[in-house]
Design a binder for this molecule. Sequence first.
Ligand code: 5GP
Length: 120
Amino acid sequence: PTLPYDPNNIFAKILRGEIPCKKVYEDDFSLAFHDIAPQAKLHVLVIPKGAYVSWDDFSAKASETEIAGFIRAVGHVARDLGLVAPGYRLLANVGQDGGQEVPHLHVHLFGGEPLGRMIG
Ligand code: 5GP
């Protein structure tokens, strides 16, 4: 089973404004901000505002509005940062085997430089 949501995880604190972030996008359902330890020239994290640990948790429990809003937020960020033409990469680490460190659903968005191929 999915781990219970920890309301004191770092992204929950960012959402509550208890710790700062470099915000790139926000709407009713989602927040995007720069990763504190960027792994590419541009490295942004996009998170839903709801308390979801993982993609499976989110897809099982979130409303259609939250799910659509989150996916739209990823698109907003890519467009706002001018990444549509050059391209970018999305990545989600999920759970222990996936190497997830922060237990609040997030998608990594990498770009701003050629990223090379990860698979194949
Ligand atoms: P995960 O390994 O869970 O997929 O990724 C968590 C990401 O959150 C890492 O890339 C890490 O650098 C980032 N991160 C951890 N703590 C903070 C923080 O306090 N602020 C920001 N902006 N990013 C953080």
